[in-house]
Design a protein around this ligand. Structure first.
Ligand code: IPM
Ligand code: MG
Length: 356
């Protein structure tokens, strides 16, 4: 990843609200291009239920090629209730996402959890709980129970959770390196009192911690971690999890910020990088122009920062902060007097031009 420059961006809008939030993110990206005289090449490709409808495959070969030839990928969301409610469906939108992660080697999923002071009054949490909350989840993304052997028989099923040392080592290094740039604290979340894979995670992470003596390492069982995210979230700095625990803990953590619609993410491998909101396709809202586009806009911010566009990324952050401060909020945050998804997109894009 590092050292690579950003020329081509593949856009995978996906399903449900995906296309709407991506449209807003592209407005912001275009505003940045105009203001800073940059031109990125954009290529659209299919993933998820819309790809099944069009080609029979949730991640067709053409999409893989588009992603492989891009420097970065921006994804909306995937998923459709017609598959969620049909356990017998053999082809599913999620398979496209998982195949993409695996094929592109996107082993590290990074999900920052940030609190906006302007939204504190809207939170279900007491302000003192949210004070100083600022952490980032490093979720392993191409191994574990998501990818182990699956067995489906008439009277039983099984999902194997398998981890190799190298899969743990590579994300652990990234998590420690991130901790070095932050509060120098790393928490491994696992279930080492029960699971062999968790015990392997503990021993590998402990071993590697010798290379990062300045970082304080601690361990939490997932059940306790789920509780601490709510009781004492400011205790976390960098949180390292396997694939399944990271999936669950990141949805839970998003509630701290006020809405899932605010959390962006990055997924990184050795040769690819993908940016996407952590939320799903929210099919009930699809086509209604009510989804929160900020998580996708903030995913663009993460993308630009990763590729060294610091001024441009700061500009997006500043615009999002101002949009929130001015109360330009979608209905997930402000049910009574809310703004449309497209209005929030216009607002943030407009602010890019106004910022000095
Ligand atoms: C996520 C999502 C996916 C996951 C689903 C859609 C397969 O929940 O990115 O967190 O479980 O990884
Ligand atoms: Mg999830």
């Amino acid at each position: 990843m590092s050292g690579r420059s950003l020329n081509k961006i593949s856009i995978l809008s996906g399903d449900g609200i995906g296309p709407e939030v991506i449209t807003q993110a592209l407005k912001v990206l275009t505003a940045v291009e105009i203001k800073y005289s940059i031109k990125w090449t954009i290529e659209h490709a299919l993933i998820g239920a819309c790809a099944i409808d069009a080609t029979g495959d949730p991640f067709p070969e053409a999409s893989l090629i588009a992603c492989q030839s891009a420097d970065a990928i921006l994804l909306g969301a995937i998923g459709d209730p017609k598959y969620d409610n049909d356990p017998s469906a053999l082809i599913r939108p999620e398979q496209g996402l998982l195949r993409m992660r695996k094929a592109l080697g996107l082993f590290a999923n990074i999900r920052p959890v940030k609190i906006y002071n302007q939204l504190l009054h809207l939170s279900v949490f007491k302000p003192e709980i949210l004070k100083d909350v600022d952490f980032v989840i490093y979720r392993e993304l191409t191994g574990g129970i998501y990818f182990g052997e699956k067995i489906k028989e008439a009277t039983y099923s099984s999902d194997l959770c398998l981890y190799h040392r190298y899969e743990i080592e590579r994300i652990t290094h990234l998590a420690f390196q991130q901790a070095m740039t932050r509060k120098k604290k790393l928490t491994l979340v696992d279930k080492a009192n029960v699971l062999e894979t968790s015990r392997l995670w503990r021993s590998v992470v402990k071993e590697l911690s010798d290379q990062y003596p300045e970082v304080t390492l601690d361990f939490l069982f997932i059940d306790n971690a789920a509780m601490q995210v709510i009781l004492n979230p400011s205790r976390f700095d960098v949180v390292l999890c396997d694939n399944l625990f990271g999936d669950i803990l990141s949805d839970e953590a998003s509630v701290l910020s006020g809405s899932m619609g605010l959390l962006p993410s990055a997924s990184k491998g050795d040769t690819s990088a993908l940016y996407e909101p952590i939320h799903g396709s929210y099919p009930q809202a699809a086509g209604k122009d009510i989804a929160n586009p900020l998580a996708t806009i903030l995913s663009v911010e993460m993308m630009l920062r990763d590729f060294g566009y610091f001024l441009e990324a700061d500009d997006i952050l500043k615009s999002v902060d101002k949009c929130i401060a001015d109360g330009f909020l979608t209905e997930d945050l402000r049910p009574q007097v809310s703004f449309k998804c497209s209005e929030v997109g216009d607002k943030v894009a407009g602010l890019i031009f106004k910022n000095k």
